[in-house]
Design a protein around this ligand. Structure first.
Ligand SMILES: Nc1ncnc2c1ncn2[C@@H]1O[C@H](COP(=O)(O)OS(=O)(=O)O)[C@@H](OP(=O)(O)O)[C@H]1O
Length: 332
């Protein structure tokens, strides 16, 4: 796909926003369109991946104006792979000398408002950086990350998950949120077919994962590659690994005092999903719409797909995964 980024003026000043919008609309009209899973607009294929227009606007904007710094830490993920969990764990790790179980902002704020998405909330991120928590997140595929991210040498932590569980999670997320609007969510079979064909939010799923996987092999000191299943299996080990990687290792004394264990517990599915803010709050903004926070906390299980997919569907996804990841050294 030919890129037209240079034709989009950079909206660095307020007066240029209209210009940006105009150029963006022109650019988006040239992109291939795909099924939006019942969400208000079609997905657009941009730089090889399927994006919803309101996220795409943020992606293009981030590509043009996001300036990474070497001290930034960017949490990247394919949707529905454990982003919310990773945000909670990383934030708690970095701020462990400022907050404890009774003062953590996680008690009253959904993790997505604590660690903003690059494509949705630049401004919040810059404020966070000023406050000393240089954490940002994104679903942007590796090959589409703003150039400054790759050039800055900042740290990237990526999380992925068994596509069977991610698909089921995505399907329920769309179903539950779209069902509250006038749009009609897709049926499971139709959504499954689209997912298999690669037409899902920020999909093809496998290309997203492979992009970060290959980059992590090339730059092991800069990109930490995590799997939801391994995190679930031994969360404590992974929190220590995460802390070490991002430059906030637990001291011997902290380990003796059970600090890593406290963080694991504070960010557990059981704890977070039972907080008032995550049961009844909403997340989003008028331009992209709102979703209920509870839809980020559904089951939080490995292998939950078994309640939803037939053995045939599971076999088909497994077969695609084996074929797509063949020769990469990665298994999911
Ligand atoms: N703390 C914690 N521990 C373990 N698992 C958790 C946690 N928080 C959220 N979840 C589960 O993660 C799934 C949502 O994925 P994401 O957070 O990546 O969603 S999003 O992309 O940010 O919308 C979704 O998975 P499913 O339950 O299978 O749908 C969530 O339940």
């Amino acid at each position: 796909m030919e890129l037209h980024l240079d034709s989009i003026s950079k909206p660095t000043e307020k007066g240029q926003e209209d210009e940006f919008e105009k150029s963006f609309k022109e650019m988006i009209s040239t992109l291939p369109k795909g099924n939006g899973w019942g969400v208000s607009e079609d997905l657009c294929q941009y730089q090889g991946f399927w994006l919803h227009p309101s996220f795409l606007r943020g992606v293009v904007s981030a590509q043009q104006r996001f300036q990474a710094q070497p001290t930034d830490i960017i949490l990247c993920s394919v949707p529905k792979a454990g982003t919310t969990w990773l945000k909670s764990l990383t934030f708690s790790t970095i701020t462990r000398t400022s907050y404890d179980d009774s003062t953590t902002p996680l008690l009253s704020t959904v993790p997505h408002d604590i660690v903003p998405f690059m494509e949705l909330h630049h401004d919040q991120f810059y404020t966070n950086r000023d406050r000393g928590t240089p954490l940002l997140s994104t679903h942007i595929p590796y090959s589409s990350l703003p150039r400054s991210v790759l050039g800055s040498g900042c740290k990237i932590v990526y999380i992925c998950r068994d596509p069977k569980d991610s698909f089921v999670s995505m399907y329920h997320f769309i179903f539950r949120n779209v069902a509250t609007t006038e749009a009609q969510p897709l049926g499971l079979d139709e959504a499954f077919e689209l997912f298999c064909e690669g037409q899902s939010f920020y999909g093809p799923y496998w290309d997203h994962v492979l992009g970060y996987w290959k980059a992590s092999l090339e730059h092991p000191g800069k990109i930490l590659f995590l799997k939801y299943e391994e995190m679930s299996d031994d969360t404590l080990l992974h929190v220590k690994k995460l802390a070490e990687f991002i430059g906030y290792p637990f001291s011997f004394e902290e380990q003796q005092n059970g600090m890593p264990e406290k963080i694991v517990k504070r960010c557990s599915f059981e704890k977070l999903s039972n907080l008032e803010v995550n049961k009844n709050g909403v997340y989003g903004k008028p331009s992209t719409g709102f979703v209920e926070n509870k839809t980020f906390f559904r089951k939080g299980k490995v292998g939950g797909w078994k309640d939803c997919l037939t053995p045939e569907m599971a076999a088909r996804l497994d077969q695609i995964t084996t074929q797509k990841l063949s020769g990469s050294g990665l298994s999911l």
